[in-house]
Design a protein around this ligand. Structure first.
Ligand code: SF4
Length: 323
């Protein structure tokens, strides 16, 4: 009788292939994906629908933040704690597996595909730290690894599993054709933590305000960010939609917006000094469309309205911008 398991589904090609290969090997498979502000789950939802499988969505934000603050195996190229993140995802999927009484957790990992996180050593670390020893199946490269419990119990036909290794994508492309999989995002994209610019913003927030408030973490996805000399951070909306988001988040800090001309809304989560407040007001004015305005820009700071004397020099703030 076939086994039943949960396969990590990002929506990328390898994760979709893993599902199809397991099904071909006699197993019944459901998908698991993880929700955080750092990566969207849309591709996983779409893939689950195309594959015709049930999808479990696990809120992973607190897990990811804890790993960003303290990654036992360090970061990849940016602020991406991939080895620990992957192990934690598998651990969370394993908890669900136990709860549902299923036999295994699977991933679409391929030996040697990513030099840092998918070499033999890291695959071993991930298995060990996930606590799933013997129940973690990697159908795309299973034949290069020791047989897992569901394989030895005959719940997955090991003969139907694969031995893909290396960075070439040719076998995956062949399999995609064989299984009729046509829609999948690029393998590298998707996770903001792998982007250097986003990593700088995240590190800045971590060092100054901390990552304890999930709403501040979510706001990393929008706006221009500045760190003023006194230590205050400023988040500046880039369009009306971002301005509206910042206004909704006004409870998180000091809100500044122009009154007599169009311009950005700014949120200062923890204002450190009067000097910083003056700079933040001038920053808002420097990004405002005040060319046709006679006189000074008037700004509202948490309800109180006052003019900010000209001139406004946007270039003077470049050195404070985090990008
Ligand atoms: S790319 Fe992002 S989601 Fe994927 S393992 Fe790395 S940190 Fe986690």
């Amino acid at each position: 009788m076939g086994g039943k398991g949960l396969s990590l589904l990002s929506g990328g090609l390898d994760s979709q292939l893993a599902v199809r290969v397991l099904e071909r090997a006699g197993a019944e498979v459901e998908g698991v994906c993880f929700a955080t502000p750092f990566f969207a789950s849309d591709a996983a939802r779409k893939a689950a629908q195309a594959l015709g499988i049930k999808l479990h969505i696990i809120d992973f934000t607190d897990d990811e933040i804890a790993l960003v603050e303290n990654p036992p195996h360090g970061f990849g190229g940016a602020m991406n704690p991939c080895i620990d993140c992957h192990a934690a995802m598998i651990r969370r999927a394993g908890e669900l597996m136990e709860k549902l009484g299923y036999d295994f957790v699977a991933t679409g990992e391929v030996m040697g595909q990513r030099p840092m996180s998918q070499n033999k050593q890291s695959l071993g670390i991930v298995e060990k730290s996930s606590g799933l020893k013997g129940r973690l199946v990697r159908p795309l490269c299973a034949k290069l690894l020791e047989p897992t419990i569901p394989e030895t119990e005959g719940k997955i036909n090991r003969d139907m599993l694969l031995d893909i290794s290396g960075r070439s994508r040719s076998r995956q492309m062949q399999l995609a054709e064989e299984f009729g999989i046509t829609e999948y995002p690029s393998p590298a994209g998707g996770c903001k933590l792998t982007e250097e610019g986003f990593g700088r913003k995240l590190r800045d927030l971590m060092e100054h305000e901390g990552l304890g408030d999930r709403r501040l973490v979510e706001l990393l996805l929008i706006g221009r960010r500045f760190r003023l000399p006194g230590g205050s951070g400023v988040l500046l909306g880039r369009d009306q939609a971002e301005n509206a988001i910042l206004k909704e988040a006004s409870a998180l800090g000091t809100l500044i917006s122009p009154v007599n001309c169009p311009g950005p809304t700014a949120l200062v989560p923890s204002l450190k000094s009067e000097d910083d407040l003056c700079l933040a007001r001038a920053l808002v004015c420097s990004y405002s469309r005040c060319d046709r305005l006679e006189g000074d820009v008037t700004v509202r700071v948490n309800g109180a309205v006052a003019p900010v004397p000209r001139p406004y020099d946007r270039a003077a703030f470049k050195g404070f911008q985090i990008c």
